[in-house]
Ligand binder design. Sequence first.
Ligand code: PRP
Length: 185
Amino acid sequence: MHEDIKEVLYTEEAIRARIAELGAQITRDYAGDRLVLMAMLKGGLMLISDLVRCIPSKLEIEFIQPSSYGAGTESSGTVDIKLFPSCDLRGKRLLLLDDILDTGRTLKRVSDALRDRGADDIRTCVLLDKKARRAVEIEADYVGFEVDDHFVVGYGLDFADHYRNLPYIGVLHERCYAGGQAEQI
Ligand code: PRP
């Protein structure tokens, strides 16, 4: 275990098993439909790469990048889109993927922006759902795990752009952000 991790919440094996379940469920739910899986960068990168390998049906992969909240600071609530996919979403079913649903501002803003661009069937899938922190009304259609209000990193989740590469999800030790922002975004 990495020295900055206080506790592992979900092991690599547990994540792999849960993603396989989600993949099977998504495969059934979208059978025969034109599915586009779109990951939110950067956090959704691991989830999309593992999830697509659990969905054997024909699908497209896309990416979208909202503005990051940055290193540990809570956003004022404004989320811009830095990178938009260029594909035509009309007539397709879109599944938006992210590592974590926290306040919900990012997922809400991105869903609304994609709807404005012609996507009329948008569902969402997040690996982690931190319900205690929700600030806007939004729920994900597919959830890997619900988490309490811990400062979690790994498997795409970062603190100041580090720890995304950990293959598990763990709680970051307080000393790593002591003196800075204690709230996760
Ligand atoms: C994180 C995470 C989600 C968002 C969730 O992204 O990946 O996209 O915050 O927070 P919210 O529900 O409160 O909006 P971040 O802005 O840190 O960018 P990143 O994906 O590049 O790490």
